[in-house]
Design a protein around this ligand. Sequence first.
Ligand SMILES: Nc1ncnc2c1ncn2[C@@H]1O[C@H](COP(=O)(O)OP(=O)(O)O)[C@@H](O)[C@H]1O
Ligand SMILES: [Mg+2]
Length: 223
Amino acid sequence: MLLQFSNVSFVYPPDRVILNDINFEINEGEFLVLTGKSGVGKSTLLKLIYFREAPTEGSIQFAEYNSNSFRKSALPYLRRKIGIVFQSFELLKDRNVQDNIAFIPEVTGKPSQEIKQKVNSVLKLVGLTHRRLSMPDELSGGEQQRVAIARAIINDPKLIIADEPTGNLDPETSAEILDLFSKINSLGTAVIFATHNYELFKTYKGRVLKLTEKGITETDKVS
Ligand SMILES: Nc1ncnc2c1ncn2[C@@H]1O[C@H](COP(=O)(O)OP(=O)(O)O)[C@@H](O)[C@H]1O
Ligand SMILES: [Mg+2]
């Protein structure tokens, strides 16, 4: 088991209840879609996974970390095991593609030769080797999201969290980005993909968690 939510509730103070008694788990290497209408709490649930917020009740176990015994000093280590991709890409505008991807490993003090090799290999995986010297502004939305995905996988995380990663993209580009996540998943990384884009998952056959005000249910259809 990679991630387990046990009776998790979450309240934004003082009394805005977002999640109520949520239970689910993700195994190593699984692909999971998280759906639910806008405002229901998908992004909040994801924030709990990367320990950006702590549950009000219940507990979250991710790899060796438990929310009930978690120390803030462990946060950088936990974050290395999780790659996060957002709707808005969130690239550093003043750096080119390869420097965006190298940024986190550089900050954490990895040897530069190792970083170089790793950057080259993730650039190849996301299909952007030819764009490595471009600035973010020179890229299409799909390309920018590929850079963000490359950045998210550079530490070989156990889990990729994608929060509406196709929210700013046209249908064709969205399908390509989904294919890229599938490819990364097939190489062994678990993925949780939050979306309200049902169309994109028309032919998807994996696990789907649907979040509503009443709680979370598992189905085999994105709707
Ligand atoms: N910091 C906050 N304080 C209070 N309420 C918040 C905060 N962040 C989000 N919310 C509310 O929590 C609800 C769930 O938000 P969110 O998790 O972003 O939903 P989703 O990702 O499903 O659209 C929304 O009603 C939102 O307004
Ligand atoms: Mg959201």
